[in-house]
Write a protein that binds this ligand. Structure first.
Ligand code: ZN
Length: 313
């Protein structure tokens, strides 16, 4: 093969080509340099170069300006974000502080409420204990009086007043009853001992149950007659039943029952004894006892005259 036989020739040719290219390049560069040097002599070219330089400088300045502006914008944004973050942090802290203050206030109020409730409970217990002790003392005093001769002790002559210093409740003075009960703004006076006792809401009957119901009865003539008769029979039965119970304590001067539909007057039974000791015995023995499923509450009463006190017995 000819290639194999003369490889040095090929290499030589290659070297020759390379040399040629290099010298051509050198010649070209020289030419360009010469042309450049020639051009540099030209004032127009010089002006052109100067313009190019100014333009380049301007372009560089513009790039720097944009870069500075961008950096400034970024810094401003960063500063703004930082300030925003601080503001949010402050707001969060303020909200948390406000919530804590509310919680603390609520806790304080709850503690105060609990303390107040405890104080009221203590006071109520103290009052109840005092009342119980007072009642016990009064019962002892009553027992002593019952087992002795002569006048009752001054302790039993006391009059209990609901609103001392206030004007007297005229209705209560007359009847020992008042529609406002213990909430009446006027003064109710009640004796600790008297020869009259009262058992409130003792005699019960459907006809006395409700005012409206009573009116319904009133409109139905047949029913009214029947009920009136029924009421009379029921009352007679009640009277025969309870009278001996009361007579067991002593002679009775008056036995009166309120036939009234008003709740604060309904079925009250007044028993007037000849002697205070009899009334006292009845008071002690019947207090808290049950009659027809109803627990009795016995009180002493002071009725000046029966005629003013009771209408429709
Ligand atoms: Zn009253």
């Amino acid at each position: 093969m000819p290639g194999k036989r003369r490889p040095w020739r090929k290499e030589l040719k290659k070297q020759q080509r390379k040399r040629k290219r290099r010298s051509a390049a050198i010649a070209r560069d020289q030419l360009l340099e010469e042309e450049e040097a020639k051009k540099l002599q030209d004032p127009a070219y010089q002006q052109y170069l100067q313009q190019q330089s100014l333009l380049e400088e301007h372009k560089q300045r513009e790039i720097e300006r944009i870069h500075d502006a961008e950096e400034e914008a970024w810094l401003r944004h960063d500063l703004l974000a930082h300030r925003q973050f601080r503001l949010q942090q402050q707001q969060r802290a303020a909200a948390e502080a406000a919530a804590n203050a509310i919680r603390a206030q609520q806790e304080k109020e709850l503690l105060a409420k609990l303390a107040e409730e405890q104080r009221r409970r203590d006071e109520r217990e103290k009052c109840e204990a005092a009342a119980a002790a007072e009642f016990e003392k009064m019962l002892q005093c009553m027992e002593t009086f019952l087992n002795s001769e002569g006048e009752p002790p001054p302790a039993l002559r006391r009059v209990v007043e609901t609103r001392p210093g206030q004007s007297l409740c005229a209705l209560y003075e007359r009847t020992n009853c008042c529609r406002f009960g213990p909430t009446c703004i006027k003064n109710h006076r009640r004796p600790l001992l008297a020869n009259i006792i009262v058992v409130r809401n003792f005699f019960m009957h459907p006809l006395l149950e409700d005012e409206n119901e009573h009116e319904e009865y009133a409109h139905a003539d047949g029913n009214l007659e029947l009920s009136e008769q029924d009421l009379c029979e029921a009352y007679n039965e009640f009277f025969e039943d309870v009278l001996p119970e009361f007579e067991a304590f002593g002679y009775i001067q008056n036995f009166r029952t309120l036939r009234n539909t008003l709740r604060y007057l309904r079925g009250h039974v007044f028993v007037e004894y000849v002697e205070e000791r009899s009334a006292l015995k009845a008071f002690i023995k019947l207090q808290g006892r049950y009659y027809a499923g109803k627990q009795l509450n016995v009180e002493f009463a002071n009725i000046p005259t029966w005629r003013n006190a009771i209408c429709g017995t």
